[in-house]
Design a protein around this ligand. Structure first.
Ligand code: AMP
Length: 267
């Protein structure tokens, strides 16, 4: 496996998996898909300062680089691009704003987050020039933001959105799960079980508002601080009527100091 730290070393093409490292089975599923579908998989590991807000976890975000290299190679990665912040963003970078889809939900709670995501992904696409790029459905709004950016800017890349990988108790894998205390870890799967229950109720004909309000109230009763629970259209994150196809329940909630997000398809 090759290890590149500067843009000029990167060999373009193939499948590309952008990550912030602390690789888990969710990331590895994307690497395996890229390798299988494209024959060659490039993985970027970059904790992007532009997508963290003031008071967020940029400084304490886990960075286990040696273990990441081993895991990426075992999953089939041919090359890792692990640049420094100075390499990626010297000075005051040009930024990409994706209107509409960036504005609600995560965008509202994390001002500037999706501008940071779109900017780094656009730059990484320019460096890696992949045929296909792989993203996890776990970050559903991120997928919609990047899809709109790629469409609006006619970027020559095909996006592949892969299913969420979960622990056996339903908790979506996330690098941030490492922040949970043992006691919080036991309660954390309730986020998934509550949005799954809401999704099945909406599928069965209940109104999105009543089903998602009930899920939010149950989470609060279990000690979560719920930021939002909502039924939305996957493509643009606008609130769903409930009877469309391509809709999901999305949620974000805080458990102690850890903010968790998740989503499940309704249909
Ligand atoms: P991150 O390192 O958090 O920026 O994530 C890198 C990529 O992995 C993004 O496309 C995420 O959506 C994806 N990802 C994160 N967690 C999971 C998961 N549990 N299952 C599938 N993909 C995931």
């Amino acid at each position: 496996m090759r290890l590149w730290s500067t843009a000029r070393e990167v060999e373009p093409g193939g499948g590309f998996v952008p990550t912030m490292g602390a690789l888990h089975e969710g990331h590895l599923s994307l690497i395996r898909a890229a390798k299988t579908e494209c024959g060659r998989a490039t993985v970027s590991i970059f904790v992007n300062p532009l997508q963290f807000g003031a008071g967020e976890d940029l400084a304490r975000y886990p960075r286990p680089i040696e273990r990441d290299l081993e895991r990426a190679e075992a999953a089939g990665a041919d090359a890792i691009f692990a640049p420094t912040a100075e390499e990626m963003f010297p000075g005051d970078p040009t930024r990409i704003v994706v209107p509409g889809v960036s504005e609600q939900w995560e965008g509202e709670r994390r001002p500037g987050h999706f501008e940071g995501v779109a900017t780094v992904v656009a730059k990484l696409f320019g460096i890696a020039r992949p045929e296909r790029a792989y993203f996890g459905r776990k970050d559903l709004q991120q997928c919609a933001v990047i899809s709109k950016m790629v469409g609006d800017l006619s970027m020559p890349v095909r996006l592949r959105i892969m299913p969420t990988v979960r622990e056996s108790d339903g908790l979506a894998l996330s690098s941030r799960n490492a922040y949970l205390s043992d006691e919080e870890r036991l309660r954390a799967p309730l986020l998934h079980s509550q949005i799954e229950a809401a999704a099945r109720a909406i599928e069965g004909g209940e109104s999105p508002r009543s089903a998602t309000d009930r899920a939010a109230a149950s989470l609060v009763a279990e000690g979560f601080e719920a930021d939002y629970v909502a039924a939305v259209r996957d493509a643009d994150l606008l609130e769903a009527r409930g009877d469309e196809s391509g809709i999901s329940v999305i949620a974000a909630a805080r458990l102690g100091a850890t903010r968790l997000i998740d989503n499940v398809p309704i249909r």
